[in-house]
Design a protein around this ligand. Structure first.
Ligand SMILES: [Zn+2]
Length: 295
């Protein structure tokens, strides 16, 4: 079965991860712009980061046969960096137009501050203007309140629920996300938050409509193979193949093709691998024999 990881921060992962993901059947990733573990001190650092998401990281994924898409936005944590917000917001319209950008995100709430809310609302407006869907991060602390406030804000802004993906859902937030008509992402982490078994139970209870799963893997304790591992646990739990395929394949395609930037038929074509290629003169190889797999 072919799989998509619709929320993963590959910038902080290794080429071993790309190889293992490709071997496990992952053919496409969506990398949302987020923070780097510490706040940036210059707006220019955001610009270079956005450039790497649409440039080097996209190339790096291609070198392992994985299609790389991304979302661009000012993340909720750094929406609180008062001196940088205006300059970063000014950068966004340009980067939202770049090839491979399929949503505005991740936006939303972290500490649920006034600054976060202002930035969130402004980026919903930007998404409406750019005709892109939105990817909404929900807070780790006070998740239910953060999710309710996010859903209310999306509604107040008049933004369509069917173009909204609320991410990092749990048992407590999934019902309200589905009820609101939004898509529901789930981040499956080692040890904390959602795990494979709990995710399988949710699919048994709620079905597969508008439900997505991701690894949200980044520089923290996380596992880039959580999508294939969760698919395997869902299979063991007796969930039928069509339902699993909908969660790990058809739903992310349907949501992100609503951007109008990509076509569902592109996902049927394998990405050819040519490690002889360079990106601005640079290769992922360190003297190894280039792999070449023409499709
Ligand atoms: Zn994330």
């Amino acid at each position: 079965m072919k799989l998509i990881d619709p929320h993963i921060h590959m910038t902080s992962r290794t080429t071993d991860d790309y190889s293992a993901m490709a071997a496990a059947g992952i053919v496409c990733v969506v990398e949302p712009a987020f923070w780097l573990g510490q706040p940036r001190t210059h707006a220019g650092s955001f610009e270079d980061y956005f450039l790497s998401l649409v440039g080097w990281e996209r190339f790096r994924a291609s070198q392992f046969g994985i299609r790389h898409l991304c979302t661009i936005g000012l993340n909720p944590k750094e929406a609180n960096s008062a001196s940088l917000v205006a300059a970063v917001m000014d950068l966004l319209p340009l980067y939202l137009e770049k090839e491979g950008v399929v949503a505005v995100g991740e936006i939303g709430f972290d500490d649920i501050t006034t600054a976060e809310e202002r930035c969130f609302a402004e980026q919903i407006e930007l998404a409406a203007r750019a005709e892109l869907p939105i990817l909404v991060h929900t807070p780790h602390r006070d998740k239910v309140r953060g999710t309710e406030r996010s859903l209310a804000l999306v509604r107040e802004c008049g933004f369509p629920a069917e173009r909204t993906l609320i991410d990092h859902n749990t048992e407590e937030t999934l019902p309200i996300t589905l009820e609101a008509g939004c898509w529901a992402g789930h981040s499956v982490y080692p040890q904390t938050k959602m795990d494979e078994r709990r995710m399988a139970l949710l699919v048994k209870q709620y079905g597969s409509e508008r439900i997505l799963i991701n690894s949200a893997a980044d520089w923290g304790v996380s596992d880039p193979l959580k999508v294939p591992k969760t698919a395997a646990v869902m299979r063991e739990a007796g969930i039928d193949e069509a339902e699993i395929e909908r969660v790990v394949w058809r739903n992310p395609i349907e949501f992100f093709t609503s951007s109008g930037r990509i076509d569902a038929s592109e996902f049927e074509e394998p990405v050819s691998v040519d490690q002889r290629r360079l990106w601005q003169g640079n290769s992922v190889l360190r003297g190894q024999t280039p792999a070449v797999k023409e499709q």
